[in-house]
Design a protein around this ligand. Sequence first.
Ligand SMILES: [Zn+2]
Length: 118
Amino acid sequence: MLKEIRPLACVSASTLCFVVCKSLPDALPGSLALTHSRCGKPNCRCAQGEGHPSWSLTFMVDGKKRVEHIPEEWVEQIRPLVAQGREFKDAVAEVFAANAQLLALWRRQSMKKRPKKK
Ligand SMILES: [Zn+2]
């Protein structure tokens, strides 16, 4: 059954891997977030204000959420890589959804044929 479904898939896993490795070598998962934290020094300007800006990248590894602190001077470089990662994820989700629709179509067609055979 799987053999018959496979040609419907728009992109095979190996093709996808090739495309990703070639075009998105530095893409990052997760999302960038800006938080403000207080350093705790009572005479620091952050004690009254919003706190020190602190960037972090939140992503999943093996089903576990990880948060990495990102130095502020890296943010401009990292932001587009995170955007790339998200665009890729969305594109993959679209391919999967299209494949699922093709699978449903294929199943309906095979159902139509079946009663005639019987
Ligand atoms: Zn402070």
